[in-house]
Design a protein around this ligand. Structure first.
Ligand SMILES: Cc1cc2nc3c(=O)[nH]c(=O)nc-3n(C[C@H](O)[C@H](O)[C@H](O)COP(=O)(O)O)c2cc1C
Length: 206
């Protein structure tokens, strides 16, 4: 069992990494493998809306990590997406990545996921809302914690002082481990995932 944790920050050892690391350590203690991948320091362009991915499940822009991450999410049993808050939203590079990953028509259905937001001060709930929307449209069960999934600070050192934030991260890790294990037990005992209907798409035009 493995969980992929995406660090949207350009800082490989910043606040977001420290928060994801707290979740990863908890998952490791529960016997679940983890990989944290930092994407905010990579060049990732936005979606070109060419819809090339509808034929292959892969992005036609092949000069960055997007297709690699699609494969990594496919191979993982759970997904955590962490973002530093930039102007009360997710950071730009992460948005470019998530738009392309989730538009790729690869199915991540029934894979537990959760969002984490890190800020010096404000904008965390809006950021969580934005990340959760990718999961909510993808049939992914969202893992919760004992508080909204946020940690405050300007750097990794600050993070250590946000004891409540770190407790929220540990609880998130435990809850995700429990859900992933429960899904495996269900699968091993013949519980099938819901049959998805063919998607109905309506456009609201007058
Ligand atoms: C472009 C930019 C915009 C930011 N906007 C906000 C903001 O709206 N609210 C906030 O509390 N912090 C804001 N910050 C601070 C970061 O969210 C904060 O330092 C965060 O912990 C950085 O995470 P990292 O160390 O993982 O990169 C901003 C930082 C940058 C670089």
């Amino acid at each position: 069992m493995k969980v992929l944790l995406i660090n949207g920050s350009p800082h490989p050892n910043g606040t977001t990494f420290a928060s994801l690391n707290e979740i990863a350590n908890t998952l490791n203690n529960e016997g679940i493998e983890t990989e944290i991948i930092t994407v905010g320091n990579k060049k990732i362009s936005g979606c070109m809306a060419c819809r090339g991915c509808t034929k292959t499940g892969k992005c036609v822009q092949t000069d960055d990590v997007v297709n690699e991450i699609i494969e990594k999410i496919n191979d993982a049993d759970g997904l955590v997406v962490g973002s530093p808050v930039y102007y009360a939203s997710i950071n730009g590079t992460l948005k470019c990545l998530l738009d392309r990953v989730f538009y790729s028509k690869t199915s991540f259905a029934f894979k537990p996921a959760c969002a984490v937001a890190c800020a010096r001060r404000a904008g965390t709930t809006a950021t969580l809302d934005i990340i959760n929307k990718y999961f909510l449209i993808s049939n992914m069960p969202i893992v919760s914690s004992c508080y909204w999934n946020m940690v405050h600070g300007s750097n990794a050192e600050d993070t250590k002082k946000d004891e409540e934030g770190l407790q929220t991260m540990r609880t998130l890790g435990k809850n995700m481990a429990w859900l992933i294990k429960s899904i495996k037990v269900a699968k091993d005992n013949g519980v099938k995932t819901p049959q998805l209907e063919d998607k109905i798409k309506t456009n609201f035009i007058k």
